[in-house]
Design a protein around this ligand. Sequence first.
Ligand SMILES: Nc1nc2c(ncn2[C@@H]2O[C@H](COP(=O)(O)OP(=O)(O)OP(=O)(O)O)[C@@H](O)[C@H]2O)c(=O)[nH]1
Ligand SMILES: O=C([O-])CC(=O)C(=O)O
Ligand SMILES: [Mn+2]
Length: 615
Amino acid sequence: MGISQTVETAPSIADLVAAEATTSNTEVLQWVTEVAELTKPDAVVWCTGSQDEWNRITSEMVEAGTLIPLNKDLRPGSFLARSHPADVARVEDRTFICSENEADAGPTNNWMAPDAMKAELMPLFDGAMRGRTMYVVPFSMGPVGGAITQLGIEITDSPYAVLNMRIMTRMGQAALDGILPGGEWVRTVHSVGAPLEIGEEDSAWPCNDTKYITHFPETLEVWSYGSGYGGNALLSKKCFALRIASVMGKNEGWLAEHMLLLKLTNTETNKAYHLSAAFPSACGKTNLAMLQPTIPGWKVETIGDDIAWLRPGRDGRLYAINPEAGFFGVAPGTGETTNPVAMETLWGNTIYTNVALTDDGDVWWEGKTDEVPDHLIDWQGNEWTPDSGRVAAHPNSRFTVPIQQTPTLAQDWYEQNGVPLDAILFGGRRATNVPLVAQSLSWDHGVFVGATISSEKTAAQEGTVGELRRDPFAMLPFCGYNMADYWGHWLEMGETLGDKAPKIFQVNWFRKGTDGRFLWPGFGENSRVIDWVIRRVEGDVTGRETAIGTVPADGELNLDGIRVPEADMAELFAIDPASWLAESDLTEEFFAQFGDRLPGALQDQLAGLRSRLGA
Ligand SMILES: Nc1nc2c(ncn2[C@@H]2O[C@H](COP(=O)(O)OP(=O)(O)OP(=O)(O)O)[C@@H](O)[C@H]2O)c(=O)[nH]1
Ligand SMILES: O=C([O-])CC(=O)C(=O)O
Ligand SMILES: [Mn+2]
């Protein structure tokens, strides 16, 4: 039903909202009505998450030219979307934490006072959905009713966002029914910021040069304007599940983390372990989550690839869930040899964004196959041949696919109350300095290690690829409050967990030789590192203590069946005190910006490191 129909008594916006409403919760109805009155859409659709709804929206988008259906025999139920060439990644400089007090956002976030931000946003949202349909998308992060689960609603004028949300979350009626009067839920609003005049033709990827990704942690709201790209538009993901949830967790005694989650089973003893790992964007979470061990003795199953919520359980251990229901993964570099599990997962029902199209209606990206096709349509819709001199797929091109298609999915993904964690890994992309693996000397030292992670920039955020930046806990762009308070919260969690706390390790798959090649083969071979990690957890190996942590002693890392030259192995574990001292100076500078909010325990850890390095 549209308000553009020429009847004398055009229905009011409130009527439009109420007519199709699938809830009687007055708080929800009132909020949806307010947003509709502000944004002035032509129509309102309450999403139920049904297959019919999916079919209808995909057909409409194919007709509008926004989605290209892929060859049904090769990729059933799958589509390609090409974004605007300037709307391809998260926009961190346009991302704001709008807490009442600036100090609560901390020095690593852009901040604006909530009232000031709302005053800036409201004129933009006023009429932003004109000529478009407003979708009301209820979703659950985690199994509905679970101990760690949270609920939210995204209002969006992007059907692309709706389809992605249906894959990425438990979206639909059950989530809406779970929102009880007076209950806690997160309100998120998204507009591509491209209202249509009557008769104006739409573009395939509407967006706006002006972009705002704004978070209001005190009122549990997200307002996102101007971008259709995943991390900016799928508000369940980085906006809610990390930025807002990290604040909820701080207040309620849990943690929202940029972590993959996996289950490991020792095939001899049948004992199961759970491990989470925080690596910055495009630094290997999806790959590790789908690890295919190259050594015998381990079965690896996937639980999550990007976000984990952690909460102490009744038995005093730390429990984790993957709040999401799909993967929004980096396409380039994903291939049969690097990540066969992902390739199998992608058999169908997938939305591809900014990859290349083959002549037979399939998708391609750099690294998908060894041989490069002779002809493609590139991510911008142009003819492409291998001598075009440019990439066929955007470096941050992505696939969105339901987690349930993963052949290695652990039954634990369905666990209402999560899985107990045995180990936590922190990592980054470091060409130098950081060894392949090192165990932290204590929980506090582990928090220090997490707090001081730096990594080379990737294509997942705008900016210069390769530049080294601090990315504490891989949360630099995702922590919704003062990072120093966040470290304090982690330190407190260690006190709460005591000797039931998971063990903390640092890893680096990306160390390079002077010739620029990776020293470690990575991917499936990372199982050798995980194997050592679990043997440390069990106390089966002693390791060798160094200034920066405990590394495998000679012979402890299983290298059966691979050939890494001895010189490379030595370089992978080389710890150069001079460069670590130089790094300590940078850490001191980095810490200084937090002033007296920096927990004293981290200062102590820095002093301890320097003294172990012989300073
Ligand atoms: N050399 C090397 N490259 C790796 C390894 N694991 C992953 N990569 C590459 O790193 C890139 C990103 O990997 P992903 O697993 O998609 O990264 P992610 O952390 O899930 O990224 P986000 O979805 O942005 O959070 C891909 O190009 C991978 O091929 C590894 O062990 N060694
Ligand atoms: O948020 C996104 O757009 C994709 C992602 O996982 C990341 O960048 O970490
Ligand atoms: Mn991520």
